[in-house]
Structures are given as structure tokens and as C-alpha cells.
Design a protein around this ligand. Sequence first.
Ligand code: C5P
Length: 240
Amino acid sequence: MEKGVLLYEGKAKKIYQTSEENQLWVSYKDDATAFNGEKKETLAGKARLNNEISSLLFAHLQKSGIESHFIKKLSETEQLVQKVEIIPLEVVTRNIVAGSLSKRLGMEEGTPLKTPIVEFYYKDDDLGDPLVTEDHIAILEAASSEDLAVLREKAIAVNEQLVTLFDELNIRLVDFKLEFGRTDDGEILLADEISPDTCRLWDKDTNQRFDKDLFRRNLGSLQEGYQEILTRLGGASCTK
Ligand code: C5P
């Protein structure tokens, strides 16, 4: 497998072509950004931690029958994935009130929700990824209502698996963001990453944060929090 030309560089990952037409080479970066890129730092080891954690979570979901673009881990910081056309929506699932939901509805952070909720945000940096309704998504032609039903169903299925997995590790899965893509055959496939960059993960006993809020809110070492997640998932400890 050969790494080809750089196709795209995002805030946390670089995507390269490969010698296989329908496969892409993902390289995680050590960069951390928040507030739509306003806060930015390079944090040594973050690429490795997110790549390891994301690989473990995608592999776990695959074992549970939830397919994704993930093919295999290529190195400490790289993955091979199936090529998809990303649907321009961020699909956020929430089990506990936190972050923007707390601000938007004036609900106290930490309040458990009776049932999980799913929200859609339009992926557009210039607009700051706004929360969108089904009607907004229709006029933006971002996805059909049938697609939205599939995204919601897949997000809830991922939530069920991950809530159970993290619960066994004494961690609360507060909320998380997923992205999906379309394959050449038109199938909707889970894509992007699932990591402490894209999830809120709290210790069940102490509510200690092990996620990107450590960086967003200056709550402590991001690497130490992410390493705790990797360790509890059974991954290797960071020696570099
Ligand atoms: O900020 P907010 O409360 O809406 O975030 C909900 C969840 O989605 C959090 O787990 C956050 O890390 C994730 N998220 C993300 N990328 C974004 C926005 C939110 O991964 N652009």
C-alpha cells in the first residue's frame, strides 16, 4: 500500500490518496483546535492517542455489526479507510446535558436525559457549524429525509454499543459527534473518527473529564485524559 498525494488537510487529520482507488490514508495530527479554530495548540502524542482510540472503537463497533469506513491501523498515527463522500452534517447524540445544549436551553450540565437525543449540525466553518432542522437540511440539499432517518438510526445504534462499552470501563458517555459518508454504491457508512476529540467522556465516580473539554476549558492535561481512556480500553500506555 502506497501513500499518495495529499487530498485534504483538516484541523486534526490529513487525508492522502493511496494506490487503491477506493481507499484513503488518514494521518492524525498533534494539533488541537477549539471554538472553530480560534484556540489552537500542538500537543505531542495526541495524534497517536486518537488514532489508537478511534481504531479500537471502530473495531469494537464492527464486531457488534456496525460497519464503518475503517479498514485497519497502518501505524501509531495512521489508518487505512474506505473512500466515501462525506455528508455535510455533524450528527450529535447526547445522553447527558453538556456543552452547547446546556447553553442553548439553559439546562444544567450533568443532567441525564430520559432518552438519548440526536441533533444535526451543518458542516460549514464559515457559518460555525450551525444547528439545523430537517427543513434546513432539505433546503441545503445536504440529505434527504430518508437519509436523516438512517443517520438517526445508525447514531442511536452506535450510542447503544458505546454506552455499554464505556459503562464497563466506569465512564459515562455524555455525548459524541459522528460523521457519515456515501460509498460509490450509495450506501451510508459511518466515517471520520470516534475519539476523545469528538466525545465527552466523564469518570462515573468523580465526573473527571477525559475529553477535549480538558483543552477547551483549560481543565488539565489533554494527553493524560486521552491516555486514561486508551488504558481503560486496554490499549498501550504512552511511552513517547
Ligand atoms: O459543543 P457541543 O456540546 O454541541 O458538542 C457535542 C459533542 O459533539 C461533544 O462531544 C463534542 O466534542 C462533539 N463535537 C465535535 N465536533 C464539533 C462539534 C462538537 O466533535 N465540531
